[in-house]
Design a protein around this ligand. Sequence first.
Ligand code: AGP
Length: 609
Amino acid sequence: MCGIVGYVGDKKATPILLNALEKLEYRGYDSAGIALVSENSIAIHKTRGRIADLRCIIERDLVDDCTVGIGHTRWATHGEPSDVNSHPHLSKSGRVAVVHNGIIENYIELKHHLESRGHSFSTETDSEVVSELIDYFYNGDPVSAVREAETMLKGSYALGIIFADFPEQLIALRKDSPLIIGVGNGENFIASDIPAILKHTRNVFRLGERELVVLTAKRVNVFNTYGERIEHQITHIDWDAAAAEKGGYAHFMIKEIMEQPDAVAKTVAPRIDECGNIELGFKNITDDDLRSINSIKITACGSAYHVGVVAKYFLKNMLGISVEAELASEFRYCDPIVDDKTLVIVISQSGETLDTLYALREAKNKGGRVVSVVNVVASAIANESEEVLYTWAGPEISVATTKAYSTQLVLVELLGIYMAKLRGSISSEKVCELVGSLQRIPSNIALELRDVQSIQYIASLYFNCQDVFFLGRNIDYALSLEASLKLKEISYIHSEAYAAGELKHGTISLIEEGTVVIALCTYRPLLEKMISNIKEVKARGAKVIALVNADDDQTQNVADHIIRIPACSEIEASSLAIVPLQLLAYYIASLRGCDIDKPRNLAKSVTVE
Ligand code: AGP
């Protein structure tokens, strides 16, 4: 959560920082600010609200030529979104300004410690202790003040720091929160994520855990915790900068929905050779290791967890071993049963989700074999896994995930097919059939995306509803978890996903005249049971939208509206079913006038517990 940026160079820092913050606004957007240093003083401009509000304030008040500064866009954890709680935080002496992403867990203890030594505080934030603490240790040497302060910090942090006495340099360091360094020509950058600086440089590296970097316009010096200089290999980012822009779409979310055929193709195609064999490119986990696995645990948060729930059904069928999906925030604290025969699949778009990162560490500590499925290259989760499978979905900006979800699912399925083939739990004909199905998913999603009008029509009928229930059985139940999250997170309509068979054990009492029920009916073996469930809710006045297979000729007799997925196999259906429901969520939110890419209270990357 929160986005931080920093610039040091020969250009005016203000427009560069504001532009970079706009690119990071998906990380948090309740307040924003910048700090600029020149001629031995630091100026702070900050406000509650969006970057656009900050821009107004700066344009009204500021004439400056500063070429060094730091900036922040906030997702509040400690203290309400307000002008005073906004970052940057300036120490009371005016010597040190800090932007922070993460949580300082022992901030109350540190506050008391500093108060007893004459320091005072004006905010409710945990981050303000960092600027005061650095100021407390500062005696002319910025790096040693930062390092001394760091020894007292508990928690997670990516920090950008400027000192009034050193108007030509910027210091940054990180632990458990992401930070990338952009290396330019006569200018250098820090940022929480690459799109923030792509306009200025494509040469970047990720700062390692507890590394500290000192940036000037001409130098980038990285130090490890022993104070030794270390070199980082620079990665050249070759994405099209337009990939991180809206490209004519009203929102990133609809652009990313539309990108799914391409994203899924990019994830699957390079992993299938010309003979139809799957190549995962593992280096540390051998085929023999995969043969000896006797259980699988999938751990992740939010939509990535939902991928795990869908994949659980598939992997169990393929491999005939125990497969569990567990929320990372539970997994890390539940003393999971994991050993060297357990394959732990960790799923994360950002690769930075803190609970997921800690779940991964817990799995590793217990000797589990860890494969992660990640979108952001070289992120913390990718770096700490034994093997990483990248989704290659391109940058995903909208807070509500769509293309990352779809690519994660096919990648876990590929892993499952690969393992099933190795272990001989399915025939080679079945392997060919499944691989062929995965290869057809992109064109079938493209087919679905051609007909958005029917979804827009349904959205126009129900966008004002108060509650929506998503029902499904087996894999359709797993899919309904994601469909329900998509709708509620961006439209703020209350929605729940329910296993259809569980309905009569309580939830059916909530169904009344006009309640909207979305029934997922793609799982053929239980279609008749689903039809009975639809009849039960219809009898109580529900309006039913049913998502069905192309050849389903029964459900239309009981539902009010039918959405058909293209003709496909079972494994394809698990990918195709979600797409119309992503569209439905999007069009409903759009008709309700919601801020779709930046839903209230949310952030794209959850780097706090
Ligand atoms: C879903 O739309 C959300 N953005 C959220 O549930 C997300 O999937 C979750 O926070 C996990 O993020 P990650 O994939 O980056 O780890």
